[in-house]
Design a binder for this molecule. Sequence first.
Ligand SMILES: Nc1nc2c(c(=O)[nH]1)N[C@H]1C(S)=C(S)[C@@H](COP(=O)(O)O)O[C@H]1N2
Ligand SMILES: [Mo]
Length: 228
Amino acid sequence: MSRGTGPLRIVPTLLILALITSTGCISISEPPAINESAYMEGEARYYEGVNLTPIAQQGNFMFNGTQFIDKDDYSIRVDGLVDKPLELDYDDLLAYPNTSRAVRLNSVDGWSFDAKWTGVPLRILLDEAGVNESAKTVIFYAPDGYSTSLELDYILENDIILAYRLNDITLPPERGFPVQVVAEGKYGYKWAKWVVLIEVTDEPYRGYWERRGYSNRANVGEFEYEIP
Ligand SMILES: Nc1nc2c(c(=O)[nH]1)N[C@H]1C(S)=C(S)[C@@H](COP(=O)(O)O)O[C@H]1N2
Ligand SMILES: [Mo]
């Protein structure tokens, strides 16, 4: 009897562990082993104590194909519960003060990478537009039909960046040119790419993946599905 107890207890534990790991309930977010020769010319390799993943080795996801946006046709609007809606073109965006930060993007699919992101702090645009007292949520829309939202307080408290450069390189089309939201601490589906409209509202908003069951909080490390 006692000889069998040990292994018999271990087997179910291993089975449960194997199940959890294979269904993805434990997300593995180790950065990939960096291949030195994968960096592009002029690409940053190291920033704020972080070894940056080469762009060529970074993950990339979109539900409806790459949006090819012409820099000369591009404009982004800040609208909704604001005093003065803004309409900015690409050069206007680049003329604002910018910030850089090393931030990891964690996808719900288990991949992740570390990059240096450079762009305009959203706070600057929201301040200029004059966000109303009642505002709670900021919605990001893209021409592929994608949308997602972030809470205004989260954006302001974390100084969230609207990025136009990645590892010192202009965002490539498939990575969201002209801009991607760097939703630090949130899963990849909150990192809207190809943003053309930023809408301020006083209501909660569920975007493309959030309407399909993903958590509207989307905090990395938390359960990624909405608990019914
Ligand atoms: N416009 C738009 N933005 C998007 C998506 C999309 O399909 N369309 N996919 C999201 C998802 S699910 C992820 S994981 C990240 C991936 O960002 P990356 O391609 O820069 O790694 O983009 C997010 N932003
Ligand atoms: Mo994703």
